[in-house]
Design a protein around this ligand. Sequence first.
Ligand SMILES: [Ca+2]
Length: 206
Amino acid sequence: MSRMVARMAAAVCVAVLGASLAAAQNLVVNADFHGDVSGWTQLSDVTLSWDGSSDYQNQPGSGSAEILNEAAGTANSGAIQCIDGIVGGESYDLSAWLRAPTGQTGEGHATVFVWWYTQPGCSGTMSSGPITPWLYTSDSWVELDGGSGDSPLSVQSALVYLNIYKTSVPGEYRVSYDHVVFERTGLIFADGFEEGDLMAWSVTMP
Ligand SMILES: [Ca+2]
């Protein structure tokens, strides 16, 4: 390989590597709740609303999602978002920031988790994916890391679930959610370089 060819090969490596880093993006729509809770669907027993007064980074104008669980009894519910285009057999990771003020009239815990689905639109057969630790109460924002999980080979979509479980019969329990991240990990090449190995590639000159 001549010096010029070697230089060009290095340039191609750098260009492709740059593209791979850009491709590792958050798959969650409206993950930071910049102004509303669009993209998220409220489930039964809870009220999903936008809270402009609290953001996990105190960023003015961003805000967060608040889920109020005021069911008459215990209730396990929350808000969801379905993500299509999931690739089977790949690693995905999950994290989110939560806050659950102290002094509430009800008790419970909250988490964020993922369910895998074998069909688009979060249909077909479901199986459990990454899940963050539980949060009970915290007046400050806490980052919960759900770690990484390999998607089953047959998966085509994933449901991100902002979960709130009121475990006391009386009272209300409310939790805030912000910066929900669900992304494919590792080196990802939009042009099909799935192995993350560029060494098989070289540049030929006419
Ligand atoms: Ca926010």
